[in-house]
Design a protein around this ligand. Structure first.
Ligand code: COA
Length: 262
């Protein structure tokens, strides 16, 4: 499928960075089945696209990143319907395990499934105007996109309990203070700041970026002893690549490395 054929997504290439914009601004970019299906299709295509090194995910309009799952779809659904809607592969897991870095560029409301999607990204850069929360409790629900698992890992159990049990929304500065986002910038600087970082990362060896992300993600499921052994194996695996030879040679000869991606 061509990148122009998606109804709910905009895709823009900036050098080796693909900027994906969820484009339902009239619904504050709420995640419905169509957005999830189109995102999965798009990610499948970008995974094998050698011209793309880093993904940036954002929301259309001034107001919202993603205001959560589309609540309209919940009305009248049976548990079986909902289980089908939550079938594998889950977008959150695909993004977390995507072999290229994924950056959330958070321009506004970042709520519910939107906050969970942001947490599945590798880094979160937010506008000062962004607001964060897991408001599902106010709908008689709990987070279903990994929020009860990823949020405490990022912000600690107490903060996760506070957000999920109260449904409170917090401003970007507070989200940064608790570790939910890495950087907060002025709204007008958000795009340039995020793209500058994304392009710098995308200029690294794609092969090495993938291995680095894999090692970091492993820390979420392995004991420290297992993780350090796994890191050693991945470190040694890098010695098989042309890019390790290139990177070391470039340093020793005081020149810029030219990555091959293998
Ligand atoms: N699902 C479906 N539609 C949503 C939505 C969601 N999660 N969030 C917002 N919308 C829709 C609204 O229904 C409204 O549509 P309408 O114009 O057809 O009535 C439109 O987006 C604009 O939202 P509105 O509520 O009018 O904006 P606001 O500035 O007054 O409030 C929020 C913004 C984010 C506080 C409010 O929209 C909200 O609470 N959204 C739900 C957040 C949530 O609970 N997310 C978790 C879902 S599990």
């Amino acid at each position: 499928m061509s990148e122009t054929n998606f109804e709910t997504l905009l895709v823009e290439r900036v050098g080796r960075v693909a900027v994906i914009t969820i484009n339902r601004p009239d619904k504050l970019n709420a995640l419905n089945d169509q957005v999830r299906d189109e995102m999965l299709q798009l990610l499948g295509a970008l995974e094998t696209d050698d011209g793309v090194g880093v993904l940036v995910i954002t929301g259309a309009g001034e107001k919202s990143f993603i205001a959560g799952a589309d609540i309209q779809e919940f009305a009248g659904r049976s548990p079986f319907d909902q289980r089908h809607a939550m079938r594998f592969p889950r977008l959150y897991d695909i993004m977390s395990n995507f072999p290229k870095p994924v950056i959330a560029m958070i321009n506004g409301f970042c709520l519910g499934g939107g906050c969970e999607l942001a947490m599945s990204c590798d880094m979160r850069i937010a506008s000062e105007k962004a607001r964060f929360g897991q408001p599902e409790i106010k709908l008689g629900l709990i987070p279903g996109g990994g929020g009860t698992q990823r949020l405490p890992r990022l912000v600690g159990m107490g903060n996760a309990m506070r957000l999920i049990l109260s449904g409170d929304m917090i401003p970007a500065a507070e989200a940064k203070a608790m570790g939910l986002v890495e950087q907060v910038v002025a709204p007008e600087a958000l795009r340039d700041h995020t793209l500058e970082l994304a392009e710098r990362i995308a200029a690294m060896s794609p092969a090495t970026l993938g291995v680095a992300k894999e090692a970091l993600r492993a820390s979420e499921r392995m004991s420290i002893e297992e993780g350090i052994l796994y890191e050693r194996d991945l470190f040694c695996l890098c010695f098989s690549t042309e890019d390790k030879a290139e990177g070391v040679d470039a340093f020793l000869n005081k020149r810029k490395a030219e990555w091959k991606g293998r």
